[in-house]
Design a protein around this ligand. Structure first.
Ligand code: DX5
Ligand code: ZN
Length: 229
């Protein structure tokens, strides 16, 4: 049984928005569930985006819960700062730290939910034993670094394995998917057991971002209902 009472969450990624108008980008999706904020440091990934000052500023311009996705080295040092800046959920990458439990505890102590991100090539089973320390598990369905890439269907086996483990152990952690989610891929992700769907291109390159959110939500909801039958 997926978390959040089976109601899918949609998290538009502002990576695909106009960086000079981020407050407007947030306002354009005010009916979304979370606002996904991709933080990249040009070291963990070959791209550079936004950091703490922008998150702090954005917080003053939106009521949407901010879902900060840290694609950075040394989350041990930085992750809790995003919680202090007002993020609702702070996801750091498993590949970037030797102490994921310590980072998760720091984030929670600073008042945010803690998420663990997993790159497409990273096996997931090794992290099952620490899932109780986390609130979200972000399965990347593209190689992190850029928007607009194609969905990698092979990661769905990881989603299914995580879903089975979470349900059989009655954990409350949400499974999030990130990369290449659009009207053609959202249903297969929902059927595999995803709770929260990040979408950048599919939302911000649409004529009507708000309508795009609603359509993704409807598709995800009917596909998750099939999973629960
Ligand atoms: C990629 C980012 C994603 C990205 C998704 O590294 O983590 O959040 O914005 O963009 P789309 O939906 O275009 O694949
Ligand atoms: Zn992301």
């Amino acid at each position: 049984m997926p978390g959040n009472n089976g109601r899918p969450l949609i998290a538009p990624s502002i990576l695909s928005a106009d960086f000079a108008r981020l407050a407007d980008a947030a306002a354009a999706v005010d009916d979304a569930d979370w606002l996904h904020v991709d933080v990249m440091d040009a070291h963990f990934v070959p791209n550079l985006t936004i950091g703490l000052p922008v998150v702090e500023s954005l917080k003053a311009h939106t009521d949407l819960p901010m879902d900060c996705h840290l694609m950075i080295e040394n989350p041990d040092r930085w992750a809790h700062r995003y919680a202090e800046a007002g993020a609702y959920n702070v996801t750091f990458h498993a590949e970037a730290t030797e102490d994921p439990v310590g980072v998760a505890r720091d984030i929670r102590a600073a008042g945010a939910k803690a998420g663990l991100g997993i790159k497409p090539q990273t096996p997931i089973e090794q992290y099952f034993e620490i899932l109780h320390e986390l609130d979200t598990l972000l399965v990347m369905s593209v190689d992190p670094g850029f928007g607009g890439q194609s969905f990698i269907p092979a990661v769905l086996s990881k989603v299914r394995a995580a879903r089975r483990f979470i349900d059989s152990n009655e954990l409350t952690i949400l499974v999030e998917i990130d990369g290449g989610i659009n009207n053609d891929t959202v249903e297969q992700a929902a059927e595999a057991g995803v709770d929260c769907f990040v979408a950048g291109t599919a939302v911000y390159h649409a004529d009507d971002p708000s309508a795009a959110v609603e359509r993704l939500r409807r598709q995800a909801a009917s596909a998750s209902a099939r999973l629960r039958q």
